[in-house]
Design a protein around this ligand. Structure first.
Ligand SMILES: NC(=O)C1=CN([C@@H]2O[C@H](COP(=O)(O)OP(=O)(O)OC[C@H]3O[C@@H](n4cnc5c(N)ncnc54)[C@H](O)[C@@H]3O)[C@@H](O)[C@H]2O)C=CC1
Ligand SMILES: CC(C)CCC[C@@H](C)[C@H]1CC[C@H]2[C@@H]3[C@H](O)CC4=CC(=O)CC[C@]4(C)[C@H]3CC[C@]12C
Length: 369
C-alpha cells in the first residue's frame, strides 16, 4: 500500500469486523500489516474481545453502527485509506425477511461505496461469495471451475441475489472519481464455504451430533464435492488484496477472485467429519440413509412449519429446499488467479487449518460441559 516513508500511516476500516470472518480479518491485519496506524472496526454488534486489542501499538477504534444508515457509514469511512467490507446478513435459513437481507447486503454496500466517493477513500475490498456464481437454481455442477468458467448464474433465493447485486455495484464503482479527483479502486473476493474457528454452522452440526448420541446420519452422496476454504486463508487474502490494490490498480481494479487454499475436495458432510470425527462424532452410512425425494419432502415440510409457527416462534432448521440444493450440488473451485495477480499463497496449510479447527471444536465441547 505505501512505501517505507509511510510506515504506520494507514487507516483501515473493516465493516462486519466482529463477525466470523471479520474477526479473523481484524486479527490478521494487526499481525500482518506493519503500515497500519489505526484500525476501525464497524459492526452492528461489537464483541467484548475488542477490548484486548486496544492495548497494542495500533489504534483500534470500535464503532457500533449499521451499514444501512448512510450517515453512520460515511462518518466511519471518512479519513480511511482502505475499506474492507465484510458486513452482511448471511441467512439461508429464513430467519430474516428478503427485504432486510436486501437492505443490509445491497443498500449497505451502496452506502459503503457512496461513503468512499464522498469522503475520498480510494480502496475498497468487498467480501462477495461463491454464491454469486452458484450453485444455480438448475442444480448444474460447477466442477473445479475458475473465475472464467462459463456457468449460468441464475438465482432466486434472497441471499445469493443480494450478494450478486452488491458485487455488481462494487465492480461498477471501480474507476469512479472520489473526493479529490482520484479513481476508486475496487475488487471482490468470493469465498467458497468458509470453515474454521468461530464457524456457527459447524458448531450446530457438532451439537446436533452430540444430541444424536455421537452420530450424524449421511444425507448427501459422498460423490458431491463442495468447495471449502479456511477462514485464516480468506482473511489473509483480504489483507493481501488491500495491500496490493494501490500498486496493482490497473490489474486488480474491478476484478473478482475466488478464495481458495489446499483444503481437500469432499462432500459437505465428509469435510465436516475431518473435524467432528476427531471430536468423537461418527457419520453413519456410506450412502444417504434417506432417499432424495424424502429429504426434499422434509425440506418442504420445514418451510411449511416455519411459516405456520412464525407467529409463535422462529423455526429455522438447517434443512430447507435451498440448503439441500446447496449441499447436493457439486461446486468446487480450482484457480490460481489470486497468485498470479497479487502473489497469494495460503498462509495456513491444510494440516494446520484442520488442527486449528479441531482444537476450536474441542474447546466448544469443553465450554459446553
Ligand atoms: N460464512 C461463509 O461461509 C461465507 C460468508 N461470506 C460472506 O462473508 C461475509 C462475512 O460472513 P460471516 O462472517 O460468515 O457472517 P457473520 O454473520 O458472522 O458476520 C457478519 C457481520 O456483519 C455484521 N452485520 C450484519 N448486519 C449489519 C449491519 N446492518 N450493519 C453493520 N454490521 C452488520 C454482523 O453483526 C456480523 O458481525 C458476509 O458478507 C458473507 O456474505 C462469503 C462466502 C462464504
Ligand atoms: C442437512 C442438509 C442435508 C445439509 C445442510 C448443509 C447446509 C446447511 C450447508 C451446505 C452448503 C452451505 C453453504 C455453502 O457453503 C455456501 C455459502 C456461502 C455463503 O456465502 C454463506 C454460507 C453458505 C450459503 C453456506 C450455508 C450453509 C450450507 C447451505
Amino acid at each position: 500500500m505505501a512505501d517505507s516513508a509511510q510506515a504506520q500511516k494507514l487507516v483501515y476500516l473493516v465493516t462486519g469486523g466482529c463477525g466470523f470472518l471479520g474477526e479473523h480479518v481484524v486479527r490478521m491485519l494487526l499481525q500482518q500489516e506493519p503500515q497500519l496506524r489505526e484500525l476501525r472496526i464497524f459492526d452492528l454488534h461489537l464483541g467484548p474481545w475488542l477490548e484486548e486489542l486496544k492495548t497494542g501499538p495500533v489504534q483500534v477504534t470500535a464503532i457500533q453502527g449499521d451499514v444501512t444508515q448512510a450517515h453512520e457509514v460515511a462518518a466511519a469511512v471518512a479519513g480511511a485509506h482502505v475499506v474492507i467490507h465484510t458486513a452482511g446478513l448471511v441467512d439461508v435459513f429464513g430467519k430474516t425477511s428478503p427485504e432486510t437481507i436486501h437492505e443490509v447486503n445491497v443498500q449497505g454496500t451502496r452506502n459503503v461505496i457512496e461513503a468512499c466517493v464522498q469522503t475520498g477513500t480510494r480502496f475498497l475490498v468487498y467480501t462477495s461469495s461463491m454464491e454469486v456464481v452458484g450453485p444455480n437454481i438448475k442444480g448444474q455442477p460447477f466442477y473445479r471451475g475458475n473465475e472464467n468458467t462459463p456457468y449460468e448464474a441464475v438465482h432466486r433465493h434472497p441471499y445469493p441475489c443480494s450478494k450478486a447485486l452488491a458485487e455488481q455495484l462494487v465492480l461498477e464503482a471501480n474507476g469512479r472519481k472520489v473526493l479529490g479527483g482520484l479513481p476508486l479502486v475496487t475488487c471482490a473476493l468470493r469465498p467458497t464455504g468458509i470453515y474454521g474457528e468461530g464457524h456457527q454452522i459447524m458448531r450446530d452440526f457438532y451439537h446436533q451430533g452430540l444430541r444424536l448420541g455421537g452420530r450424524l446420519f449421511r444425507a448427501i452422496p459422498a460423490s458431491v464435492e463442495h468447495g471449502r476454504v479456511y477462514v485464516g486463508n480468506v482473511a489473509w487474502m483480504h489483507v493481501l488484496v488491500a495491500r496490493e490494490l494501490e500498486h496493482r490498480a490497473a490489474l486488480m481494479g474491478g476484478q473478482v477472485y475466488f478464495c481458495y487454499d489446499n483444503s481437500p475436495y469432499k462432500s459437505y458432510e465428509d469435510f465436516n467429519m475431518e473435524f467432528l470425527g476427531p471430536c468423537g462424532l461418527r457419520l453413519v452410512g456410506t450412502r444417504p440413509l434417506l432417499p432424495y425425494w424424502l429429504l426434499l419432502f422434509l425440506a418442504a415440510l420445514n418451510v411449511l412449519l416455519q411459516w405456520l409457527l412464525r407467529p409463535l416462534l422462529l423455526y429455522a432448521p438447517l434443512l430447507n429446499p435451498y440448503t439441500l440444493a446447496m449441499a447436493n450440488t457439486t461446486f468446487t473451485v480450482s484457480t490460481d488467479k489470486a497468485r498470479r495477480h497479487f502473489g497469494y499463497e495460503p498462509l495456513f496449510s491444510w494440516e494446520e487449518s484442520r488442527t486449528r479447527t479441531i482444537r476450536w471444536v474441542q474447546a466448544v465441547e469443553g465450554s459446553a460441559q
